[in-house]
Structure formats: C-alpha cells, structure tokens
Ligand binder design. Sequence first.
Ligand code: KG4
Ligand code: ZN
Length: 354
Amino acid sequence: MKKLPSADQRAFTLLGVESSCDETGVAVVAFEGGSAPRLLAHALYSQIQMHQAFGGVVPELASRDHVRRVVPLARQAMQEAGLPLSALDAVAYTQGPGLAGALLVGAGVACALAASLDRPTLAVHHLEGHLLSPFLSADPPEFPFVALLVSGGHTQLMRVDGVGRYELLGETIDDAAGEAFDKSAKVLGLGYPGGPALARLAEQGDPAAVALPRPLLHQANHDFSFAGLKTAVMLAHKKLGPLPAQQDCADLAASTEAAIVEVLVTKSLRALKASGLKRLVVAGGVGANASLRRALNEAARRRGLRVHYPELHLCTDNGAMIAMAAAMRLQAGLSVPDRSYRFDVKPRWDLASA
Ligand code: KG4
Ligand code: ZN
C-alpha cells in the first residue's frame, strides 16, 4: 500500500473535485515541500444554461448533470496536467456546504477514484476553497488578513490568521449579497444568474437615480442584511408601471448595485479598522463584480490598504480552489488523509467548525 509522504519530503500531486451547486470543476494542484502549491490544470463545466430555463438551480437536474460531467472533466484535467492517474497522491472533494445530491456526486466519484488508485481522500469545506482561492493568483496575499466572502449563499467577514485559523467577525442575518443580486435581477426580469446580468444593465444606469436602503450600514457591527433591499427594489420596480422604460430599469439596476456595493465596502473597511489589519481578501462569486472591485480599490488606495482578489475566472465555483485548499491544509498539517472511502456530505456546515 502506498504510504502518504509527509509534505516536506517530495512532490505531492492532488486532484480536487467541486460539485456543490451548478458548476462541475476538477483540477490538479502540486507542491514540493513547503513551497506554494501550483495549479497544473483545471477543467470546468457550468450548468448555468441548463438552469436558465427555470430561473434558478434545480437540484435534481444539477446532480444528474454532475454525474455526466465529472469523469470526462477529470480526464481532461489529467490530460492537461500531462500526468497519468497513478501520479496522484490524494483526491480531494467538496464535502459541503451545498446541495446534498450534487455534493454526493463529487464525493462518490472522488472516493471511488481514490479507492481504485489506493490513495487517500481529503474532504474540503467549499467556503475555505473560496477563502484560499486568491492564493492561486499571481499576487497572493500574506496572512493575516480580513476576508470578505460574498457568494450566492454566504456573506461573511472573517479574520484569517492562517490556514484553518478563521474567526467570524460578522455575517448576513438574512439574504446573501449574491442572493440580493439574483433576486433583484429577477424583479427586473433579467436571467439567471442575476449578478452578472444586473451588473451589465447597471453600466448604462445612474446609481443615484433611485434611493434604496443601505441595511445595517450605520450599526457598529460587522453584520449584513439584504432582504429589505430586495423588497425596496420590488416596490421601486412596481412604481415604474407595467412596461418600464429600459433607462428606468438600468437606473434601478445601477442603484441596486450601488446599495449592495456601498454596504460591502463600508463594512469591510470597518472590519479592517477594528482588527488593525491592512489586507483585505475578497472571495466568492460577487467578488467578480467590477463595481465592487473599483470601489474597494479606490477606498484602499486612499487608506494605504491592499485588496487581493482571486483571478476573475476563479471567483465563481471551480475545482482549482478545492484542490488548493486541500493542498494548503495538508501542508499546514490540518487535514487527515482518509483511507476509509466512507463519505458523508455536509449540506450545512459552519466554516468555524471545519
Ligand atoms: O461563489 P459562487 O459561484 O457560488 C456560491 O457558492 O454561491 O457565487 C455565485 C453568486 C451568484 O449569486 C451570482 O449572481 C454572483 O455570485 N455573481 C455576481 C457576479 N458574478 C457572479 N454578482 C455580481 N456581479 C457579478 N459580476
Ligand atoms: Zn461558491
């Protein structure tokens, strides 16, 4: 039986599988000793088109599509890496949080592959993948930093002192920032996923045209609330009448984006100030938003702060961030490689307890 080498002995190569929602991602990451893990290949298939017809993710369809995609994507990633499957030292997969059926596909395939190769598995927390995804960029951050995690299901501010050392500073008490984008986009009759569509429409609008609430902005905590914003957008849209002009819709989109961005920027700056840290890491799908990036960069420049982002194509779900998180946890001695090939997924899972 091949024994798992300790991280400081030799090159280590692992495959990462992501299937928590509507993207199937597989990637290969390698590291040698204590050096930073390198991404050798990553293959991704987005189910967005399939779910568009339904205006949101249909869990059963998502699971079935992961079944179809994951093995060909694994083949593609290994081919791109120029390695045979036997070169893998471990197989990592997203254990949660996410859609139970979708998670089971990735977990099942990862465990079956690992068992057939006689290699261990590594279970990864999806949000830790997002959190560590900026380490895949050309300009990786240094610890410690404040992380703003903004995805379709989560909005959190976290103090990060190292791999596995996460302290929750604040989070949304209702909707996530991505959800606010998606739900507002739905009100405006835009497609799924709403974030990119709303951002595109917002480019032609006036962000000051419609007065929208900035929930919890002036409360001296690090929490967020976006449910009220969605209701305000709905009311503002109703006022535009049954056949609103395109410019009015663009103005409402721009105002919605401005409200979300202002809250995210203000709260991030406040968390940086309170923690005395000078580095901010932005991760998760909403981190791809150009207006948010502009506002954060400008605020950071004025205050002498640094902001790090994942590469644009690695902001939304992907396998690279899962392989990267597994590699970094392994190097930090935090992950216990598992040879039981028993897997249980965790649709709900706190990062603090990971
Ligand atoms: O991290 P992610 O891919 O999936 C989750 O783990 O939730 O994030 C998806 C979310 C969706 O709500 C999507 O609308 C949003 O990220 N998003 C954006 C943009 N790109 C993706 N929101 C605003 N602007 C964007 N450019
Ligand atoms: Zn995600």
